[in-house]
Design a protein around this ligand. Structure first.
Ligand SMILES: Nc1nc2c(ncn2[C@@H]2O[C@H](COP(=O)(O)OP(=O)(O)OP(=O)(O)O)[C@@H](O)[C@H]2O)c(=O)[nH]1
Ligand SMILES: [Mg+2]
Length: 214
């Protein structure tokens, strides 16, 4: 299965693929292989960039369930970190990304607000893993997602979505602050940039292959 990950990396970024296993050789390309479909969940606190991430990479028009935020939710939805945010996800985001023709990722973004967490059990069913998005200005917001995936045993990676004006931290600082175990990848990313999101998704697929028993 390792070659699936590196083939996918090759489709998107030859440099990424070379970093994984060296330059591709002519005899390594197998166009007859059936596509592998995988489900990936994108989770994290309110307004951390989940919808942005799915939108940045989806090759289909992403399904969005955004609702306008009004004064009625002022008490519960803290917009100090994202003052430009006008909507919130009330059910889920859905998008699709095909890597190198034979690895199809179906992306399911969770709603961030606590009052919609009852949907998570349905959203994660059948997933191979999850990306937990974190914002260094409000790290504690990702604890519920971390706890959830730890308790259900779903492989996950932590991706720090750096917002303009937020202080820059090294992945190892974030790992320490969140007490993330050493074998779980922690990376810095930008949910608005396609290549950055793809690197994160490939890291999750690789991690899920590493930790899932055959
Ligand atoms: N500067 C900056 N802004 C971002 C980034 N990612 C998302 N945003 C903005 O942050 C706001 C929140 O993004 P969303 O993608 O709606 O966040 P979400 O996690 O889906 O939010 P909920 O579904 O309501 O929990 C939007 O206004 C985005 O444009 C980023 O990497 N940098
Ligand atoms: Mg959203």
């Amino acid at each position: 299965m390792d070659s699936v990950v590196s083939d996918a990396a090759r489709g998107v970024s030859p440099l990424l693929a070379e970093a994984v296993e060296g330059p591709e050789q002519p005899w390594q390309t197998d166009r007859t292989r059936a596509p592998i479909a995988t489900k990936i969940v994108v989770a994290g606190g309110f307004g951390v960039g989940k919808t942005t991430l799915v939108t940045a990479v989806s090759e289909i028009t992403p399904l969005q369930t955004e609702a306008l935020m009004t004064e009625a939710s002022e008490e519960t939805d803290d917009l100090t970190s994202t003052p430009g945010k006008l909507t919130t996800t009330v059910a889920m985001d859905f998008g699709r990304l095909t890597l190198d023709d034979d690895l199809v990722l179906y992306l399911f973004g969770t709603p961030g607000q606590q009052r919609f967490w009852f949907m998570w059990d349905d959203l994660v069913r059948g997933a191979i893993g999850a990306v937990v998005l974190a914002d260094t200005r409000r790290l504690k917001d990702c604890f519920p997602a971390l706890d959830y995936f730890e308790s259900c045993g779903l492989p996950y990676v932590v991706a720090v979505n750096h917002f303009d004006g937020s202080e820059r931290f090294e992945p190892e600082d974030v790992r320490e602050a969140l007490t993330i175990p050493a074998h779980i990848p922690v990376m810095i990313m930008d949910a608005r940039r396609r290549i950055s999101v793809i690197e994160t998704l490939l890291s999750l697929v690789g991690h899920a292959l590493d930790v899932t028993p055959e």
